[in-house]
Design a protein around this ligand. Structure first.
Ligand SMILES: C[S@@+](CC[C@H](N)C(=O)[O-])C[C@H]1O[C@@H](n2cnc3c(N)ncnc32)[C@H](O)[C@@H]1O
Length: 260
């Protein structure tokens, strides 16, 4: 490669890396000035066009979902899928003979899920809303927080509120199943510090944790909490639940029951 081409590459590389860092800082800073509720709204847009491909929606349950979920589901269970999205896992469960309905904050995703259920020849009820704030009138035997949905709930207090909300609407002997992302300890001092400082200045009601991931995605902000060892146990205990089964590998899978 000639010297000038190599020079162009090096300049582009360093400018590009700098822009990526600026974008990350801006994403944390933006999240920092939002309240918990506003942050939830900002992330819902990110899920509006997730999994919209028909082949994906009709592809059924993933193998890990079948392996974990089917251990705990009983044939007559009434199941609520929290974070039903465009309907993939709900349609998979319905096709496997389970009575599953869905809750999902993105109205766009729910509209698609309804269309896809009709195409798949299954019937299901959907509610648009967040698990932590939606008034759930029925009792369910099982709440399944869909594929990493629990990790996508912004802020620890909101995640604990989400578990409490589900636990209040559990039938006797009911179960809560969820998956979450795991990580090693990380730093991210600068973006997290910026978000925390802006939050204090603007009087918001939350502050990022060291292993929160915040970034701009198509449609809105992506928020994800990646769990360090012991964190899920803390949140589960704070919600007054107990762990009945727990599997940790590349990610975490857990089944919870009421602590009585
Ligand atoms: C990875 S998507 C899974 C969608 C679908 N179940 C699937 O597997 O294709 C995670 C879903 O969780 C939803 N979600 C995030 N926070 C939520 C909350 N607080 N309450 C209910 N759903 C939530 C998102 O809107 C998103 O649709």
């Amino acid at each position: 490669m000639s010297a000038w081409r190599w020079g162009v590459f090096l300049v582009s590389y360093y400018v590009g890396r700098g822009l990526i860092r600026v974008a990350r800082l801006l994403a944390y800073a933006t999240a920092g000035v939002l309240t918990r509720r506003e942050l939830g709204r900002a992330t819902a847009g990110r899920w509006s066009d997730f999994g919209i491909d028909e082949t994906y929606v009709l592809s059924g349950l993933f193998t890990w979902e079948e392996n974990f979920y089917f251990r705990f589901l009983k044939p007559d269970d009434h199941i609520l899928i929290v974070g039903a999205g465009s309907g993939r896992d709900l349609i998979g469960l319905r096709r496997a003979g389970y009575n599953a309905d869905g809750l999902e904050p993105s109205a766009t995703a729910v509209a698609l899920a309804r269309t896809m259920c009709a195409k798949a020849g299954v019937q299901a009820e959907f509610q648009v809303g967040w698990i932590e704030t939606t008034e759930i009138t029925e009792k369910y035997d099982v709440f399944i927080f869909s594929w990493y949905c629990y990790s996508y709930i912004c802020d620890r207090a909101t995640r604990i509120a989400a578990l409490r909300a589900a636990s209040k609407r559990l039938s006797p002997g009911g179960r809560i199943i969820l998956s979450y992302t795991v990580t090693e300890p990380v730093t991210r001092y600068l973006p997290r510090g910026a978000a925390a400082r802006l939050g204090r200045l603007t009087g918001t009601d939350w502050s990022p944790l060291p292993t929160d991931i915040i970034m701009f995605e198509h449609g809105g902000l992506h928020f994800e909490h990646q769990f360090l060892p012991g964190e899920i146990e803390y949140e589960v205990a704070s919600a007054g639940l107990c762990i009945a089964a727990h599997q940790v590998g590349d990610d975490g899978l857990i089944m919870l029951m009421a602590d009585d």
